[in-house]
Design a protein around this ligand. Structure first.
Ligand code: SF4
Length: 376
């Protein structure tokens, strides 16, 4: 009973944090981004409450730098239709090479045929049947609809394709339009695709587990399909997403224990944008900024490609002279020295190290001595 009450309290508190704005549903891209900065309390709270971070950032005067151009979206759609044309014929060609999927074993299902409201139930039934089938039916599912629980809310997810191959293992297939040139792709784009595919792997594993099957029937190797050498010819590679899965699981668990993060917040704190009749935020900007400043952020330069609040948090980190601005590696190496001014003070001996800072102070003084020697 007390557990139920606590859960109810958490939901109520999260609703109050979001205020009068409708909750923003989580898509795979947003869930994947959670795993990009798992240590950030501000982000965990805003995502847990379903706050529209993009709208908040715009209202604060710090709109995010990303978002696909219409040209990139069109190019992505054209490439995906090419890969999926004629019942995924091109995809099958690649799967045969990559996974040893024999054409005789393949059956193609387009889950979208049943209509939007039945897609999840239909996906569930088809995956259940495939997992039970002792004959190892090789089957491709187009437009499946999976679900994942995020802080008590159901997120609906649409992987590009799920492949079921001989040997009883499911593979998530992720189709992306960034190019592979001479066997190499942009590492940041591959990392983002791997995080997104890990969300689908987790959702499909959860579905299998719910149905009483072994969740490990879903492979941790996902099939990434990209255009090769700027031509439209697709090429498929296997990407291991075990690391992304581990981070994602940790982060989702953290989202279910948001009550601990909420307990540290002032009772009256809210990120409410107070939308007016036209849906535009009416809350005074300074008041919203103050509410955000009352939560702990963990800015890192990677936020610039993954979180809508990146410019706001970068500005805050600059004003505080936070060592976070120098990147995660430097921040971790400075362990416990939060600002650049503090690090410089320890390095030139103007500042005495606090308890536990003796070792980092010694290293900073050595570094400062070496720097001076190099300059003289
Ligand atoms: S941009 Fe800000 S809120 Fe978003 S993850 Fe980075 S530090 Fe956290």
């Amino acid at each position: 009973m007390s557990g139920l009450k606590r859960e109810g309290d958490t939901v109520q508190r999260l609703d109050a944090l979001r205020g009068t704005t409708p909750p923003r549903p989580h898509d795979a891209r947003a869930i994947a981004a959670l795993a990009a900065n798992p240590g950030c309390t501000r982000r965990a709270l805003m995502d847990g409450a379903g706050v529209d971070k993009d709208a908040a950032a715009r209202h604060l005067g710090f709109p995010a730098p990303f978002g696909q151009s219409p040209f990139a979206i069109t190019r992505g759609n054209v490439f995906e239709s090419l890969v999926k044309a004629d019942g995924c014929a091109e995809l099958l060609r690649m799967l045969r090479e990559l996974l040893g999927l024999p054409i005789a074993e393949v059956a193609y299902h387009d889950v979208e045929n049943v209509g939007a409201h039945l897609r999840h139930a239909h996906t569930r039934a088809l995956i259940d049947r495939a997992a039970r089938d002792a004959q190892d039916a090789g089957t491709l599912y187009d437009h499946p609809l999976l679900t994942l629980q995020i802080a008590g809310h159901t997120a609906y997810l649409e992987p590009d394709v799920v492949a079921f191959q001989l040997g009883g293992r499911f593979h998530i297939v992720e189709i992306k339009s960034f190019a592979v040139i001479d066997g190499q792709a942009d590492p940041a784009a591959v990392a983002a695709a791997a995080r997104q595919a890990a969300v689908y792997v987790l959702a499909l594993r959860t579905l299998l587990e719910d149905l009483g099957h072994d969740p490990l029937k879903v492979s941790h190797e996902v099939v990434l399909v990209c255009p090769e050498n700027f031509a439209n010819r697709p090429v498929a590679t296997l990407v291991d997403v075990r690391r992304q899965l581990a981070v994602l699981r940790r982060q989702l668990t953290r989202m279910t224990t948001l009550d601990r993060l909420l307990a540290d917040l002032p009772d009256d704190l809210t990120f409410d944008l107070r939308p007016g009749e036209d849906g535009r935020p009416t809350r005074p900007v300074a008041e919203l900024a103050d509410a955000l400043h009352r939560t702990t952020a963990r800015y890192a330069p990677d936020c610039l490609s993954t979180c809508d609040l990146c410019f706001f948090c970068r500005d805050e980190a600059r004003q505080e002279g936070a060592s976070d601005l120098l990147g995660r590696q430097v921040r971790d190496e400075l362990g416990g020295v939060a600002s650049v001014a503090e690090a410089l003070g320890l390095a030139d001996g103007v500042r005495d190290p606090a308890e536990g800072q003796e070792e980092i102070a010694r290293l900073l003084r050595n570094a400062e001595r070496l720097r001076r020697e190099c300059l003289t």
